[in-house]
Design a protein around this ligand. Sequence first.
Ligand code: ADP
Ligand code: MG
Length: 400
Amino acid sequence: MEWRFKHGATEMSQITHSHTSDALLATFAAWQGDTRGVRVAQAPGRVNVIGEHTDYNDGFVLPMTLDKAVYAAARLGVGSRHRIRSVEFDQSLTFEVGTMPRTGRGHWASYAGGMLLEMQVGAAVDLLITGHVPQGAGLSSSAALEMAIGLVLSTVLGMEVDPITMARTGQRVEHQYAGVTCGLMDQMVSRLGKSNHALLLDCRSLGYTHVPLQDAAVKIVVINSNVRRALASSKYNERRSECIQGLACLQQWNPRLRALRDVTLDLLGEFGSVMDPVLHSRARHVVEENARVHAAVAALRAGDWPQLGVLLAASHESLRRLYEVSCAELDFLVEVALAAPGVYGARMMGGGFGGCTISIVEPNRAEELTKAVQASYQRRFDRETTAWILEEGLEAAILV
Ligand code: ADP
Ligand code: MG
């Protein structure tokens, strides 16, 4: 049985989720002797079509789910200890109900332990997890893991947990047990995303709308730079604090502004010459990126792929020049994509300094793009890329 994420589009598309739940049940039986009372849930990873570094500024984002998910199988256990196992890490742990496993922050078991604690699970649980979402690539395998665990636990325990509460629980687990001060986008789209739709999310009100995006009209190609996001967390914190400083500066003129989301381009233009230029650039990215999210929704609704492509390219330029979170590898992947036939647009995705790019491309040109980009990236950086064409997105669900 092959569990690990295998690089390349062809191998990945052969893994279906019915395969996965059967295989996971078989693994559960091998681990615990039988599968009586076992439930299985899945929750997908995500890409973000547009709306980067807007979430923590109370802004708008437009993510959609991947065709890959994390899976969790669970049932009530016996005694007073949770038993948890990860297929990929080939590791089993036990720990007392109401405590955390003694592993470091961000260890796979800290997500499981965190969800069990935060959901106030008072009975012992046996929990097995596996997944196909590439880890640490900016595709939110961690949020998928939290939502798969959240769903399976709520089912096993007969708890009613509304999706937003579950997303917030996952976010708390990231903050407290993984040390990642993320927004709520990843958990929200993993839990609430729908196949053939992007999710327009207002990060202030948490209001959301599913926007149709049929994958027959365009293909989304995800290309992993395979660059470790070494700078990611320090720069992420630096950008967050620059946004706060920029806001504080603008609040001197308008104390009613609550976040950069409330700032208009007119206001920024007016105070451009008196504001610190770096803070001004950061704020301008956020303000314009929010506007691009709305323009992208209009383009999606109109099926205007060239316009969507222009917006993606503009987003990348802004992340590169104004927000300064790109890197040579991401710029190269975007340049190659933009020059390839049939590509409407491309941009870096996620926090930056590594991770993946997203390209929107005519369906019959998608395969060609993955090949072109793999060959030229290898030549330029002597490093491999992993490129794949997204199939229909998955939805969070109870499978068994
Ligand atoms: P990302 O969310 O971008 O993939 P993170 O560093 O936030 O990157 O989360 C990755 C971590 O999530 C992994 O190191 C691991 O602890 C956990 N994780 C993700 N998928 C799995 C899985 N299938 N099994 C066990 N742990 C997983
Ligand atoms: Mg994560």
